[in-house]
Design a binder for this molecule. Structure first.
Ligand SMILES: [Zn+2]
Length: 156
């Protein structure tokens, strides 16, 4: 398991695009932006739909489940908060319930709870909500929640 993230060294400042998203994480909901005009979903929550340019938006509450599409292993911490966490894996998660009829899908990046040895492309994962020490912020992390018959790992 990766080391702990020192959230006291991260200064989270919600803005008009992310404030409701952070409210969602406090209620253990993983939200993505959704366009009211065409239904397209995306993350992170920027203020206009990339498919139809509408700014008439809502939130879609995902089930917080997906599949590892890719991943990177971070061994050199860039931020002080991650000095005690390295090495850790950042997964690119393809959300199960955000596949659209035209083939578009939503992928989110997140820090995994699992070590590199456990992570593989194709494995199912689910979100977990981690306290940060600040009651105003709950951080979503991702962890492996099952097995898959066809997985792939990076090799050195
Ligand atoms: Zn749209």
């Amino acid at each position: 398991m990766p080391g702990e993230i020192d959230y006291s060294k991260i200064n989270i400042i919600p803005d008009q695009d992310t404030a409701e998203w952070w409210e969602g994480t406090k209620r253990h909901k993983f939200l993505v932006r959704q366009c009211k005009q065409c239904g397209h979903k995306w993350f992170p929550p920027f203020p206009a739909c990339a498919k139809c340019t509408s700014m008439d938006l809502t939130w879609y509450e995902t089930a917080g489940k997906g599949v590892i599409h890719s991943y990177v292993v971070v061994t050199q911490p860039i931020l002080a908060a991650f000095v005690t966490a390295v090495p850790y894996v950042v997964g690119l998660i393809e959300l199960d319930d955000c596949h659209e009829a035209d083939g578009r899908l939503t992928r989110v990046a997140g820090v995994m709870k699992d070590d590199e040895a456990e992570v593989a492309i194709g494995l199912p994962v689910e979100v977990v909500f981690e306290p940060t020490g600040d009651p105003n912020f709950i951080m979503p992390r991702w962890k492996i929640c099952g097995t898959a018959s066809n997985t792939w790992k990076f090799t050195e």
